[in-house]
Design a protein around this ligand. Sequence first.
Ligand code: SF4
Length: 355
Amino acid sequence: MIYVHVPFCGSFCTYCDFYSEIGSAKAYERYADSLCEEIDRRRGEIRMEPSTLYFGGGTPSVLPLHIFSRIVSALQDFAPFGEFTVEANPEDIRDKGAEYVLGLKSLGVNRMSIGVQSFDDAQLRRMNRRHDAAGAMEAFGLLRDCGFTNISLDLIFGDSTMSEDSWAETLRLAALLHPEHISCYQLTVEGDSALARMKAEGKYKEATDEACEKQYKMLCKALGEAGYRHYEISNFALPGYEAVHNSAYWARAPYVGLGPSAHSFDGVHRRWNSKDLLGWTAEEEILSEEDSVVETIMLSLRTASGCEASYLKKHCGAEELESALSRGDLVEAGKRLRIPEERFFVSDAIIRDLI
Ligand code: SF4
């Protein structure tokens, strides 16, 4: 599986501290040169099980089609990809239109992930997003018209400036569009984000845990009623549309990450590229046995299928495991133990108690 990081955005959202830069035609060319060089250098590392290619960012949809084409050509030895996802922002899809969308499709893209975040215009403006609700709807319609049958929407909850009514309306509209997949993340104030600066200046106050939990419950209820399976803490899918690429991350499958700030994992080594557009370099660490165990437990217990009971019995204290079971923090599912959906919101604390 291959991840390509596209470190460009059209503007910067208040809550985000991902590595990205404002692009230009020249910067895109230079990026593609370096990326194709990295692909050539690292092709021996790429393992194709599962066969997935994922362009994430940043905002991959700011890239012109010919840049996508160059990168995909450099990866052609590994094509076709069972799942080929491109993250996109609604304004790029709407502004670039059907020609762009059909161009992506002709390169083999078969799954689009759109950063909608909210259908509340005032909230989108506060987050410094470049689209509005109508633009998101239009982009979604365009993807459908161009034949995309696997679309994921990203939403955000836990913004203290968002009312419950606004969140209910966002959920109603998301369910109405009926994408195959919805990812929904709780807003957190990240280290180097505009929101962190606003918080330090007293201009933003974080939502309370109670408010976040209430919004998370609204999310679970609305999407459950709309037929989505809550298969990972932050991810919902119609049956058969669970993300193959992300599911492989949670199962700790090896992957190769290309581009500045991308991470790679081969089962033992974790490697990360520097955040440097002009020739990124890589550092790596060897995961200890203990790191691997902690990671396996954390990632698997975030999923609806949970973790093998024998694995937990081997690596967690008998007392901790017993009390998690007696409290209902863990339930049995065949030979596995999982956190029930109604306790997903407090899963971090449950997992912390176990390990
Ligand atoms: S949230 Fe997405 S679009 Fe916004 S700044 Fe971060 S990477 Fe860019």
